[in-house]
Design a protein around this ligand. Structure first.
Ligand code: PLP
Length: 391
C-alpha cells in the first residue's frame, strides 16, 4: 500500500502549465510537428553578455557556499533598478532577498505569514501556483473572481465582499498572467485602502512589468503611499532576461518583513548560487535593448492573433494590455482541458487550459506569445482557429 502523503498536500494540484510543457516535449520526442504555446518562459536564449558573466564567475571560482541574504553587488544592482523603474528607494542591505526563482520566493512569503485557518484573497484568473502555495502553507485560498465582461476591473467594493476576520493577505499579479490586465493607479489605491483598513499583508508579483502595450503604464503597488511597510514584491529574471533555467528571482520589502523569509531560505535552499547572482547583476546593469525587441514582438503577435481568433464564431479574445499571453474565451468543445487536449491531438498545438488559472478561468485557454519563435506562434494561432472553426 502506498504511504499516504501529508494531508496538506491532498488539496494541492500540479501546475497546469507544467503538464502542458511535459506533453509538448513528449510529442516532440515522438517526432510530431509540435508548436508549444503552453508555458510562459520565453524561447529566447539568455542574452550573451549575461551568459558570459555567468561563465566568468564560474571560471573565477564563485562556485562555493554563499549567504542566504545574497551578494552585495546583486542587491545594489536590484536597488538601482527599483529606484529607476519602480519608484522605490530601498536599502540594499536588508530590503532585497535573492531567491532561486521567484516561485520559491513567493512560497517563502506565503509560508512565512500564512498558517492554518488564515484566508488569502487571490485575484483571479491568475497564475497557477498562488492557490497551491497557500494550500501548502495550510492557509485557505479565497477566489476573488474578476469578470471578463467588466474587463477584469478590480475595485475596493468587490474585494471588500470577501474580507472576513480571518483574512490575512491579498495577492495581486500586475500585469496579470493570464489575462494581461495592467491595473490602474485607481485600482491599486483600492487594494491599498482595503489592505490598510484590514491590516493585510500584500504580495505583489511584478513578473511581467516590462511587457506593456499601447499606452499602458506599470505602477508598483509598494510605491503607493502607505504600502511599502505591508508589501512584499516579487521580481524574476525568467521573462525579461530569459533566464528560466538559472533560477533567479528576488523578493523586495522592508527588512523586518523579509527576515522570516531569510530564515526559511537559510533552512531550505540555503542561498542562490553566487555565479547565478553575478549573471543576474550583469543582466541588471548591462544593455537592455533586447527588452524592447521582445516586447515589440509580443505586441505585433498580439494584435494579429487577436484579429484571427475573433474572426472565429463563438470565440472572444480581448486585446491584452500587458504580459505575454492571450486568454480567449470559447463556447464550443467542452471544458478547457478537453479543448487543450483536442488542440494537441489534432494540430499538435500546446496551450494551457483556463481552469489552471482558477475556476473563473474555465471556458478560456491561454496562448503564450513568447514560448516559440514568432512565425511558429502565428502558425499555431492559425491551427487553433482551424480547430475551433471545425467544432
Ligand atoms: C506571474 C508569475 N509569477 C511567478 C512565476 C515564476 O517564475 P520563476 O520561478 O521562474 O521566477 C511565473 C512564471 O511563469 C509567473 O508567470
Amino acid at each position: 500500500m502506498a504511504r499516504p502523503q501529508a494531508a496538506r498536500l491532498d488539496r494541492v494540484q500540479p501546475p497546469a502549465t507544467l503538464a502542458a510543457g511535459e506533453r509538448a516535449r513528449e510529442l516532440a520526442r515522438e517526432g510530431r510537428d509540435v508548436i508549444d504555446l503552453g508555458q510562459s518562459s520565453p524561447h529566447h536564449v539568455t542574452p550573451a553578455h549575461i551568459v558570459e558573466a555567468g561563465i566568468k564567475a564560474l571560471r573565477d571560482g564563485h562556485t562555493n557556499i554563499g549567504s542566504a541574504r545574497g551578494l552585495p553587488e546583486f542587491r545594489e544592482a536590484m536597488a538601482e533598478k527599483l529606484a529607476r523603474d519602480n519608484g522605490l528607494e530601498v536599502d540594499s542591505r536588508g530590503d532585497v532577498l535573492p531567491t532561486p526563482g521567484s516561485k520559491q520566493g513567493l512560497y517563502y512569503a506565503l509560508n512565512a505569514y500564512i498558517g492554518a485557518g488564515d484566508e488569502v484573497l487571490i485575484i483571479e484568473p491568475t497564475w497557477v501556483s498562488f492557490r497551491q502555495q497557500v494550500e501548502l502553507s495550510q492557509g485557505t485560498p479565497v477566489e476573488v473572481a474578476l469578470s471578463e465582461e467588466e474587463e477584469y476591473n478590480l475595485s475596493y467594493d468587490l474585494l471588500k465582499k470577501y474580507v472576513t476576520p480571518r483574512t490575512k493577505a491579498v495577492i495581486i499579479n500586475n500585469p496579470n498572467n493570464p489575462t494581461g490586465r495592467v491595473y490602474s493607479l485607481r485600482e491599486l489605491e483600492d487594494v491599498a485602502r482595503l489592505a490598510s483598513e484590514h491590516d493585510l499583508l500584500v504580495v505583489c508579483d511584478e513578473t511581467y512589468e516590462y511587457f506593456l502595450y499601447d499606452s499602458n503604464r506599470h505602477r508598483t503597488l509598494a510605491a503607493v503611499p502607505g504600502m511599502w511597510e505591508r508589501t512584499l514584491t516579487s521580481y524574476t529574471f525568467t521573462k525579461a532576461y530569459s533566464m528560466a533555467g538559472w533560477r533567479l528571482g528576488c523578493i523586495v520589502g522592508p527588512q523586518a518583513l523579509l527576515e522570516p523569509l531569510v530564515k526559511i531560505q537559510e533552512h531550505t535552499a540555503s542561498f542562490v548560487s553566487p555565479f547565478v547572482q553575478m549573471a543576474g547583476t550583469a543582466a541588471l546593469t548591462g544593455p537592455q535593448d533586447h527588452l524592447e525587441e521582445w516586447r515589440a514582438q509580443c505586441e505585433a503577435l498580439r494584435t494579429a492573433s487577436v484579429d484571427r481568433l475573433n474572426a472565429v464564431p463563438g470565440v472572444h479574445c480581448p486585446l491584452p494590455q500587458g504580459a505575454t499571453f492571450l486568454f480567449p474565451r470559447f463556447s464550443k468543445g467542452g471544458s478547457s482541458a478537453d479543448l487543450a487536449q483536442a488542440l494537441v491531438e489534432r494540430e499538435g498545438v500546446v496551450v494551457t487550459p483556463g481552469s489552471g488559472f482558477g475556476d473563473s478561468g474555465e471556458g478560456h485557454f491561454r496562448i503564450a506569445l513568447m514560448r516559440s519563435p514568432a512565425p511558429q506562434v502565428s502558425e499555431g494561432v492559425q491551427r487553433i482557429a482551424r480547430v475551433l472553426e471545425a467544432l
